[in-house]
Design a protein around this ligand. Structure first.
Ligand code: GLA
Length: 416
């Protein structure tokens, strides 16, 4: 059959600009999808998460109590802001595929909980998994990414930890990018925490995808002994620390290496807790407390709320520290800070006390990542002990001290 001639043909002069405008629109909108929310996690996120202490034993009441405690304990004033619900909040998907929380654990729903947490001046985080089931066997997000992101946005969620169990056959870059795009499309700025345990080297590809990425398997509340389970190993603080050494160049404002949540207050000794916290701050790690905030001994609070140590973590330069030297279990770490300052940490990995005699005049510290040098011959820095809050001289004289076993001496070197 002969085609009927159209009575009116749109002139090329009109078609071309419209066509070009459509192409330009598609290019701009896909470019928008290709970026994260700007300005999120400019410094490493600080908050609390339920998993390390409570595992699957969570409910709405305790999350509310934790938000109350974050304020009353002084944690909020020290800079912690996220209350993050980990695995086992998930209930069921309705007939349209939308997710609902477990109604016995969260009877008033997530929106009400988010409103409550926000009323305290805090933010609420949630957890999901790129597979069809989470690590604890609850419902995952696979195939429902856009719906879930929309649901989180409607609830008022501010942070998503996205796990990697039950993902056989999934491409990690694709799976995490899909959820990143879904969050972006939902429109609410949500910090995106990638939790694939470093299995696929996220530091190489996740800078534009997430705000932080786990670099290792799960942490345990052990200083220097890994815990072996039948199918996986839970790492101790020192093992995780060693694994961070080659990764520092990949982190920076908006995209952080995540050596896992804190175990401070979960069973290690006071000095081990202090060393763990100090090293996480030297690493510019996200500071996500994992203890019971409702019941914090003064000595745990003293660690988690030390403003001068936290300032090392949250420093605006956003450069991770590095291991400067290592000698028979005694390590020296440096971290460049804003305005020419440095953080310095002596870490004693052994159980016996170690004497230190550090003659700054004989040392040269330089950092190829930040391009910073500490020329102790030319510049005199004042030394401040960040755990005692005392000024202890300058870099003109050698530093003599004793570092107890499994402990640190942490200093700020302040330009005069
Ligand atoms: C994984 C994660 C943990 C925690 C659990 C929850 O193991 O790495 O941090 O979220 O799943 O099931």
């Amino acid at each position: 059959m002969k085609k009927e001639k159209s009575a009116y043909r749109i002139p090329d002069a009109v078609i071309m600009p419209v066509f070009l405008a459509i192409i330009a629109f598609l290019t701009v909108s896909s470019a928008a999808y290709a970026q994260k929310f700007k300005g999120l996690a400019e410094t490493p996120p600080m908050g609390w998460n339920s998993w390390n202490r409570f595992g699957p034993n969570i409910n709405e009441q305790m999350i509310r109590e934790m938000a109350d405690a974050m304020v009353s304990s002084g944690m909020k004033a020290a800079g912690y802001e996220f209350i993050n619900i980990d695995d086992t909040w998930e209930g069921y998907r309705d007939s349209l595929g939308f997710i609902h929380p477990d109604s016995t654990r969260f009877p008033h729903g997530m929106k009400a909980l988010a409103d409550y947490v926000h009323s305290k001046g805090l933010k609420l985080g949630i957890y999901s998994d790129a597979g069809d089931k989470t690590c604890a066997g609850r419902i995952g997000s696979r195939g429902h990414e856009y719906q879930d992101a929309l649901t989180y946005a409607k609830w008022g969620i501010d942070y998503l930890k996205y796990d990697w169990c039950n993902t056989e056959g999934l491409n990690p870059i694709g799976a995490y990018t899909t959820m990143r795009n879904a969050l972006y499309a939902a429109g609410r700025p949500i910090v995106f925490s990638i939790c694939e345990w470093g299995s696929n080297k996220p530091w190489l590809w996740a800078g534009d995808v997430g705000n932080l990425w786990r670099t290792t398997s799960d942490i345990s509340a052990n200083f220097d002994h890994d815990v072996h389970h039948p199918t996986w190993t839970q790492l101790c603080v020192m093992s995780i620390l060693d694994l961070q050494v080659p990764l520092r160049k990949y982190a920076g404002p908006g995209h952080w290496n995540d050596p896992d949540m804190l175990e401070v207050g979960n069973g290690m000794t006071h000095s081990e807790d202090r060393a763990h916290f100090s090293m996480w701050c030297m690493l510019a790690a996200p500071l996500i407390a994992g203890n019971d905030l409702r019941d914090m001994p003064a000595e745990t609070k003293e660690i988690l709320e030390n403003r001068e140590v936290i300032a090392v973590d949250q420093d605006s330069l956003g450069v991770e520290g590095f291991r400067y030297s290592s000698d028979d279990s005694l390590e020296v770490w440096f971290k460049p800070l804003e305005k020419g300052d440095w953080a310095m940490c002596f870490l004693n990995r052994s159980l016996s006390p170690r004497k230190i005699n550090f003659d700054f005049q004989k040392e040269a510290v330089s950092d190829s990542i930040s391009g910073r040098n500490a020329d102790f011959g030319k510049i005199t820095y004042a030394l401040r002990n960040l755990w005692t809050g005392k000024d202890i001289g300058t870099t003109r004289a050698p530093l003599n001290a004793v570092v107890p076993g499994h402990d640190v001496l942490m200093l700020r070197l302040i330009t005069k």
